[in-house]
Structures are given as C-alpha cells and as structure tokens.
Design a protein around this ligand. Structure first.
Ligand code: PMT
Length: 222
C-alpha cells in the first residue's frame, strides 16, 4: 500500500535557519523555526523511513526515531549534508540556509563607534545546487520561499538546481511560511505534476508532500 512506500528508505532532511557569526555576540540569521522540516522528519519516521535530520539552531524536540545532527552555520550544514548524501535515497531541504556570511569574523566583541558600520558579506555555498549537480540516483526535493512571482521562481529553481521536486512557499500568504504552525504550499515535480495544498498544519502538509514524493518515486521505479 501507499503507506508502505517509504518504509526502510534512507531520508536526509534539513531544517531550521543557519547562524553566520559576526563576533562572539552577534550573527546574521533568518526567521525559520524549523517546524516544517521537523514535521517532515516526524511523519517520515512514522512511515518507517530511516531519517537523518540536519538541523540549524531551533528550539524543537527531536521527533521519535529520528537521528538528529545539529549544525550552526551554512558551511557546517554543507559539510554534514555532503557526508550523508551518497548514502541517502531521498533528500528534502527545508532549511533556510544563509546565502551570505560576514567575510571576516572577529574573536573579540566589536566595540561601538560613532557613525555607520559596514560589514562585507560573501556568498555561502549553495548546498542544494551542489547536490543537484552531483546527484546520481537520489530523489532531491528543494524548498523555495518567495514573496513575489512565486511559481516562476519556483519553476526556475526546480530546473536550475536539477531537482526532482520543489515545495514553494508564498511568504505573503497568512498562515504560511516562517514560524507559524500551518503552511500552504505548491508542489511541482520534474515530471510536471503540480499540486496545491491549502492551509493545514505543517504535519498535514508534510504528509501530503511525502505522499506525492512516494508516488513519484514509485513511478520512477526507485
Ligand atoms: O522553519 P519554518 O519556520 O517552519 O518555516 C518553513 C520554511 C518557510 C523555512 C520552509 O518551508 C522553506 O521554505 N525553506 C526554504 C527557505 C529558503 O531558504 O528558500 P530559498 O528559496 O532561499 O532556497 C531554496 C532552496 O535552496 C532551499 O531548499 C534551501 O534549503 C536551499 N539552499 C539555499 C541556500 C543555500 N546556501 N543552500 C541551500 O541549500
């Protein structure tokens, strides 16, 4: 049955934000709470998958039967994800990874001075792009958090990053995206299937995402 389809599958999930250090007391981050990624991990484990959850700093409990690895920065997340990639059958990247980090970090607290302060940022590695470029047989699912032209940007990311599916959040919709307990998403697949899941708990959204992923995977004979 459909419920059995993810049983025993090795699933790698990322969740939460990253923190990019400026000095010992300051960092850049974003509003991700980790709830969406943790809900996917929880449901996947309930369906009998072997789940590894790579988590940025969040204040959530580890779901039962999930192997959780904590990271702080985009660079750490890149390293941990890469080391588990080859061994995974499905990868779902719900984390909100920083695109930039301070070019220089200092080990002593920066002191206030008069006038403006500029901090130069440099790009982090795009983890998802690198997975897409190197994937062999893995089924790769990305997320996109957008505020405008959401379907266009989502479709572009699906193609550019060589994904099998993408879950698109429209951050302007109430009850969707960062922090809240609910979400509303559009799922697009490489095979041009399109599903819109109306507002529901992140757990219900996770169930719907995993259901379609399992079906799509089955159709590919994986
Ligand atoms: O955590 P919650 O509070 O529950 O909120 C959920 C969420 C809105 C954070 C989540 O559902 C979501 O949309 N996550 C992706 C947010 C994001 O960073 O989107 P993006 O469009 O910037 O990135 C696209 C994809 O590339 C994502 O899969 C991201 O993990 C990946 N990426 C981005 C940058 C980078 N350096 N490496 C990456 O792998």
């Amino acid at each position: 049955s459909k419920k059995q389809m993810l049983k025993g599958k090795r699933i790698l999930i990322s969740a939460g934000p990253t923190q990019e250090k400026i000095d010992p007391v300051r960092y850049f981050t974003n509003h991700s709470s980790g709830k969406m990624g943790y809900a996917i991990a929880e449901v996947a484990a309930q369906l009998g998958a072997q789940v590894t959850l790579v988590s940025g700093p969040v204040s959530l409990e580890t779901p039962p039967n999930v192997n959780r690895i904590d990271v702080t920065t985009a660079a750490e997340m890149y390293q941990v994800i890469n080391s588990h990639f080859e061994d995974s059958e499905i990868i779902i990247k719900a984390a909100a990874v920083a695109d930039y980090r301070p070019k220089q970090t200092v080990d002593q607290k920066m002191k206030k001075k008069d006038g403006e302060l500029s901090i130069t940022l440099e790009r982090t590695n795009d983890i998802l792009q690198s997975l897409g470029d190197h994937k062999t047989n893995q089924y790769l699912v990305g997320f996109a958090a957008e505020t405008h032209d959401v379907l266009e940007f989502g479709t572009e990311k699906l193609k550019k990053k060589n994904l099998d599916a993408i879950v698109i959040n429209d951050l302007t919709k109430p009850g969707a995206g960062f922090g809240v307990d609910t979400n509303e998403v559009t799922l697009l697949t490489r095979t041009e299937k399109k599903f819109t899941f109306p507002v529901a708990s992140k757990k219900q959204i996770a169930q719907q995402i995993l259901n379609e992923v399992a079906i799509d995977l089955g159709e590919q004979g994986k």
